[in-house]
Design a protein around this ligand. Sequence first.
Ligand code: TYM
Length: 337
Amino acid sequence: MRVVSGIQPTGNLHLGNYLGAIRNWVRMQDDVTAQGGQCLYFLADLHALSQPHVPAELASNTREMVAALVACGIDPERSILFNQTQVPHHAELQWLLNGTARMGWLNRMTQWKDKAGKNREGASVALFTYPVLQAADVLLYQATHVPVGDDQKQHLELARDIAQKFNNDFGAGEEVFTLPDPIIPAEAARIMSLRDGSAKMSKSDPSDMSRINLTDDAETIMTKVKKARTDPEPLPSDKGGLDGRPEAANLVGIYAAMSGESQDAVLARFGGEGFGKFKPALGELLVESLAPINARFIELRQDRAALDAILRQGAEKARKLAVPTLEKAYAALGLVR
Ligand code: TYM
């Protein structure tokens, strides 16, 4: 079993990243490595170039993201933690896969459509080919499982399509690439913005009030939860009553994911209550759950040399695992090395 997943080091790690993906990274690290499998987790710093960025911020965000991931429980001794840039094989394989990926496939990607918007002519080429690099990220290591939030499902389906077509076209009867399975949590696969129940919680939302950052202090978390947009109705007594109430559903979903209960169990307790009672309870739950992560993060972020060493050592291990697949792909395509 080989688990591979990535996160862009743009801005802070937020609650959507944590509940949608990182918590599963930690769980899989514990289960998979105990069974002799491997987990590779990386910072998708090359993907970050698809949007306008400030170089000095990318560098500091990259180090902060390593600190945040370790604070969440990623153990660089058990998992391979690195940044894409230090493993050039990702970019190399992307080029090899560009011959297999089809324009039509990429044109259908919802993230491309959302992020490029009406300005396709002005969008970067990197934004368009982004999913091919993402396919390379996982195929390079023969990943069997990829823990992600719901918004990455389409990109993973594309990775499978690319792998399948490459295997068919160039595999000569053999599987050059393993087809990876996405692992998406049942609860909290898509955490929404605190300001708008129809938009996902995101690092790129200009309003910091729209998200809970894992680095927020207790007071900030309480304020954000209390100011979260809601409707005036009391909470329903079961999950069905949340239909058509996206903001309420989001807050109940966050509570359930964080406490490990079902949404029905949460509503059995809070049904009939107004948000005046539910929001402080949710705020306290978040503060209590995130406080240890926050404390570790503040400590870890101080030691820049230690963070750089984690990435360097992780990249060294990742490069060794990447070489055999990359060589297989070059050979399958008839490229002389
Ligand atoms: P990124 O950096 O946007 O997000 C990292 C992970 O967090 C999940 N996530 C969410 N889950 C639930 N609710 C939300 N509001 C929410 N926001 C983010 C994402 O689904 C993701 O799992 N393209 C990827 C990074 C990437 C990658 C890869 C992932 C690059 N190569 C290869 C897996 C495999 C991205 O931008 O994720």
